[in-house]
Ligand binder design. Structure first.
Ligand SMILES: [Zn+2]
Length: 239
């Protein structure tokens, strides 16, 4: 059976008493919900008051997690750099044991049935992402390195929490695999930036002037990268 309806993964608010806690704290725990941690001897009315005072914040966090959960079970993936629209089909049976790959523009996965399988779903998509991101980014790096006549040693593409790329003193270039969700001018900027570190390891004035030579008017793209690139990354890809 094939399912295409949007999933409704319930998010919850719950309280947990802790012997170690000294004050009440509110923790967001995606994909499950929001947890209120309460010191063991706290009065129930005081807890109710704190929840009431923070209701708007709690509701906002719950709806953010709910939205994110839907995004962890995507119905389509778009890769601007290859202009690929990939359809995702979820099967109700648990019969998929074949490697995850795009066949006729479609990825087939098992239907997530609960929170744990929702997390598994994003892990499976991440395995697939790792496999496809490496050749695409290597290709752009090789083309850019050749065009700019800047040598590099090795490339490594992988999961990164907060950086788009780095360059080691051995001239190895590391790239965040989520770059694949960005437009090609942003990817080229990140790659050119890292290639310039082959000659200038620090962010010195001579680094920026070299970058400006290699990537004229880089500031506009640099600002775009800082301000809205992370919103292009789907929740399932975030590690
Ligand atoms: Zn840098």
């Amino acid at each position: 059976m094939i399912s295409s309806e949007k999933p409704e993964f319930t998010v919850k608010l719950w309280c947990r008493k802790s012997q170690k806690a000294h004050s009440i704290s509110i923790r967001t725990l995606p994909p499950y919900g929001v947890e209120i941690v309460i010191p063991a001897n706290t009065n129930d009315n005081f807890v109710k008051k704190i929840i009431g005072q923070n209701q708007a914040y709690i509701n906002q966090k719950l709806s953010e997690i709910k939205k994110r959960n839907i995004d962890i079970k995507p119905l389509a993936i778009f890769l601007p750099v290859t202009n690929e629209h990939i359809k995702i089909v979820y099967l109700k049976s648990t019969s998929i044991h074949t490697p995850i790959e795009v066949v006729d523009g479609t990825l087939t996965l098992n239907e997530p049935t609960g929170m744990e399988s929702l997390i598994d779903n994003s892990k499976l998509l991440q395995v697939w992402l790792q496999k496809i991101a490496t050749p695409v980014l290597k290709n752009i790096l090789d083309t850019t390195a050749q065009k700019l006549n800047i040598p590099y040693n090795k490339i490594k593409v992988g999961p990164r929490k907060s950086i788009w790329g780095s360059c080691s003193y051995k001239q190895n270039i590391n790239l965040n695999r989520n770059l694949i969700f960005l437009k090609s001018d942003l990817i080229e900027y990140v790659i050119t930036h890292e290639l310039c570190h082959v000659f200038e390891m620090n962010h010195s004035p001579s680094f920026w002037s070299l970058l400006n030579e290699m990537f004229p008017n880089y500031r506009k793209i640099k600002d775009q990268l800082r301000s809205n690139a992370s919103s292009s990354i789907p929740s399932w890809a975030i590690v």
